[in-house]
Design a protein around this ligand. Structure first.
Ligand SMILES: C[S@@+](CC[C@H](N)C(=O)[O-])C[C@H]1O[C@@H](n2cnc3c(N)ncnc32)[C@H](O)[C@@H]1O
Length: 282
């Protein structure tokens, strides 16, 4: 699989380009707190970043991979970090730059257009970030986690950390769009072979119908995610499974006042996964 070009990259990019204006205008990506100067991440990241970074984000250099239109990137900048956001969607990066100017953070937040696999050519700054941050809906768009992990390791300073949160791989095997009960729809690990999806729905805007429906996606097992980071030389700091997730992954989930969706009674399946991995000092 070519990582720097190909049908997969183009198909995914045009769909993400189409989603950007929908998301910028959506309630799901409500930016009112960010615009008021007090943006928030989801509770999982808030809690775990506070534990991971004893001194907080102030003065930290943060690289945000797959930053979309920069909403979370700018929350990190509001906490005092110097941030660089990377995404392959030109409309996403344009929207991110516009939002950064609007909220007065253009000095502290830089945005770069790049396929993750080409990032090192476009942003040649090895060993220069305290934190690499990537959350919610990222690795499923990436064919090769070995290379992903190497890129993260390359960007981190010795002692710096990756922070990662996403849907739990074992929950992501299910789909329930076909009926009332979830069915097994996706492999637990697609082992580098893309799952070709043809769907016109968007997770953030229920009544949207996308014109560009075909995407190439990948399932990565828990072992593959963690193994790629360990093989790249990072040390696992923590790994947590969560019974909450920031989108309505399954119909019975109930949303709380903190925007997180949870099982009403039994904890049937973990819904999300988060981890931190550190680049050793010497
Ligand atoms: C679900 S979004 C991540 C959203 C982010 N957590 C947020 O809430 O702002 C996935 C992002 O990955 C980007 N993306 C997908 N494949 C990519 C690739 N190969 N290189 C760079 N960005 C990519 C998309 O453009 C999109 O902005």
């Amino acid at each position: 699989m070519e990582l720097g070009s190909g049908e997969w990259l183009e198909a995914n990019r045009v769909q993400w380009d189409e989603r950007v204006p929908l998301h910028v205008a959506s309630e799901f990506y409500d930016q009112s707190k960010l615009r008021a100067g007090r943006g928030e991440l989801y509770p999982i990241e808030e809690r775990e970043l506070a534990g991971l970074l004893a001194g907080g984000l102030d003065g930290k250099r943060v690289l945000h991979l797959q930053c979309h239109f920069g909403a979370d990137t700018l929350v990190l900048a509001q906490r005092g970090a110097d941030v660089v956001g990377i995404d392959f969607s030109t409309p996403a990066i344009r929207a991110a730059r516009a939002l950064a100017s609007e909220v007065g953070l253009a000095e502290r937040a830089r945005f770069v257009i790049a396929n993750i696999y080409d990032a090192r050519h476009v942003l040649p700054q090895p060993g220069s970030f305290d934190v690499v941050y990537t959350t919610w809906g990222t690795v499923g768009w990436l064919p090769d986690l070995t290379e992903w992990a190497r890129i993260i390791e390359w960007y981190l300073k010795p002692g710096g950390s990756l922070y990662f949160a996403d849907g739990h791989p074992s929950a992501l095997v299910f789909d329930e769009s076909g009926g009332e009960l979830p069915t097994f729809a996706y492999p637990y690990d697609s082992e580098g072979v893309p799952v070709v999806v043809d769907a016109d729905r968007d997770y953030a805007v229920e009544d949207a119908r996308l014109e560009h429906t075909r995407t190439f996606e990948w399932s990565h097992s828990l072992g593959a995610i963690v193994g790629s980071l360990l093989d790249a030389g990072l040390r696992l700091e923590f790994l947590h499974e969560h019974y909450e997730v920031p989108w309505k992954m399954f119909a019975p989930l109930e949303v709380g006042g903190d925007r997180m969706y949870r099982w009403p009674r039994e904890k049937w399946l973990p819904l999300a996964l988060s981890l931190a991995a550190v680049k050793p000092l010497g």
